[in-house]
Design a protein around this ligand. Structure first.
Ligand code: SF4
Length: 103
C-alpha cells in the first residue's frame, strides 16, 4: 500500500494513487510538461492551465489520477479531497497493523 500523492495549486489540486495506476502512459503522452516521471515530484500542476490538466486526467484509464477544482468551481471538492486522503491514510494504517483484508 502506497501513500496518495497530492499536488495542490490555486485553481486545481491533482492527486495520484500509485496503488491503482496501470502504467499506460496516457498522462505522459497527453501532457508531458505536467506529467514527467523523471522528476521527483512528477506532476507539475503549474506547468499548464487547469482546464488542460483536467482534460488530460479525464483520459487516465485507471482512475489513478483525480482532480479537485477550487471552491469557486466546485464547492464540494475540498471535502472529497479530504475524504480521499483520509481513506488512503486509513488503508496505510490498516496495512501497517496487518488488519484483515490486507493479507
Ligand atoms: S494515465 Fe493514469 S494509469 Fe496511465 S500512467 Fe498515467 S496515472 Fe497511470
Amino acid at each position: 500500500m502506497k501513500r496518495l500523492q497530492v499536488y495542490p495549486a490555486p485553481e486545481i489540486t491533482v492527486t495520484f494513487d500509485p496503488n491503482v495506476c496501470k502504467h499506460s502512459g496516457v498522462c505522459l503522452m497527453t501532457l508531458p510538461a505536467v506529467f514527467d516521471v523523471r522528476r521527483a515530484r512528477w506532476i507539475d500542476v503549474d506547468a499548464a492551465a487547469a482546464d488542460r490538466i483536467a482534460d488530460a486526467i479525464d483520459r487516465c484509464p485507471s482512475g489513478a489520477l483525480k482532480y479537485y477544482r477550487n471552491a469557486s468551481r466546485d464547492p464540494d471538492a475540498a471535502d472529497r479531497l479530504k475524504a480521499a486522503v483520509d481513506a488512503n491514510a486509513k488503508a496505510l494504517a490498516d496495512a501497517a497493523d496487518g488488519s484483515p483484508g490486507e493479507r
